[in-house]
Design a protein around this ligand. Structure first.
Ligand code: SF4
Length: 347
């Protein structure tokens, strides 16, 4: 087997490597060359720009029971909240003034919000802010629902596949959920015309290196525009409360690998990365990420959107959050831009 630098050079040139080679890179202790080539590739596509998305976590109700998730239906200790359309539009107003040109509406799978309510929210945002993109992250829906949101003006949809291995999927999710349906959703979204985001947790319970390679292979099949990965972080009121956090090193290696395999992709430096290390997001940007997603939700509800324990950025006002991230991006040697931040394919 070739050494790590040779494998890295090949991955950079071919945008692909064998399964065994990918496993070596994922697990690499010394990844200087991987970082260097990922940074170079990202510079070719996006220069120094880091895009920002205003995240509005509008409901923490969810009908599902994913075993890793703090807002799962079974967590009866969780205080619940929902934002009204007016609340959401107020977040957008503030966000627009702060320079956000993408709003991400994220929530659990909450049946309180009917398709026509979601369409009404999307079309109000689009008519108020025609120069902005609306990203939805509402979980699994029927194709007709996705189509109606798209027709109402939604531009992008985020739905992490979480793991592309059937058996592993079954260990993370209740029987009512299936990898097959999750994939169906992702391909429906693509066909409809959304810019699609997918991704997975790094270090989730029972995950193997083979699982991670399956994740990369599935992404090659889907070719999403956005790829979000973050370390698994346990939540105490879930069946996985006693499991270890995912590794920082492995997450950073995977960000760099993703940049080399999918040079065009929008890859966030996630809040979860910032939660496991004070400089996690800066490291993520240096490893090849090019998006940050500060929170625009009202401060009063931030702590309630607790997907995992110790989540950062739950106390600051939106302006503080943006200012903080702007400084962090600068520290990493890049610049936060006021831009809709569409994907750049085709170099
Ligand atoms: S991960 Fe998503 S679908 Fe699963 S319980 Fe949490 S909010 Fe619901």
């Amino acid at each position: 087997m070739d050494d790590i630098n040779t494998i890295t050079d090949r991955l950079s040139a071919d945008r692909d490597a064998s399964d065994d080679e990918l496993k070596i890179l994922i697990d690499a202790e010394k990844s200087d060359r991987l970082r260097e080539l990922a940074a170079r590739r990202r510079m070719e596509y996006y220069g120094l720009d880091v895009y920002t998305r205003g995240l509005i976590e509008f409901t923490n109700y969810c009908k599902n029971n994913c075993l890793y998730c703090g807002i799962r239906a079974g967590n009866s200790d969780q205080k619940r909240y929902r934002l009204s359309k007016d609340d959401i539009l107020a977040c957008c107003r503030e966000g627009y003034e702060l320079g956000f040109r993408t709003f991400v509406l994220q929530g659990g799978e909450d049946l309180y919000y009917t398709d026509s309510m979601i369409c009404g929210i999307v079309s109000s945002i689009k008519s108020g802010y025609p120069d902005c993109a609306v990203t939805l992250s509402l979980g699994e829906k029927e194709r007709e629902s996705y189509q109606s949101f798209f027709d109402a003006g939604a531009d992008r949809y985020l739905l992490r596949h979480e793991t592309a291995d059937e058996e592993h999927y079954g260990k993370l999710h209740p029987e009512s959920m299936s990898l097959k349906n999750r994939k169906r959703c992702l391909f429906d979204l693509k066909e409809i015309g959304y810019q699609v985001g997918s991704g997975f947790m790094v270090g989730s319970p029972y995950q193997t290196l083979d699982n991670l390679v399956s994740d990369l292979r599935f992404l090659q099949e889907l070719m999403p525009d956005m790829i979000g990965i973050g370390p698994f972080i346990p939540h105490e009121n879930t069946p996985f409360g006693g499991f270890e956090r995912g590794s920082l090193k492995r997450t950073l290696n995977l960000i760099s690998i993703l940049r080399l395999m999918f040079p065009y992709a929008l890859i966030p430096a996630t809040t979860a990365l910032g939660t496991i290390h004070p400089l996690g997001r800066e490291m993520g940007i240096k490893a090849g990420a090019n998006v940050v997603m500060p929170n625009l939700s009202p401060v009063g509800v931030r702590k309630l959107y607790s997907l995992y324990d110790d989540k950062i950025c739950t106390g600051e006002e939106a302006a503080e959050c943006r200012g903080c991230l702007e400084r962090r991006v600068q520290t990493a040697g890049y610049r936060l831009t006021v831009d809709i931040g569409n994907v750049k394919r085709g170099l």
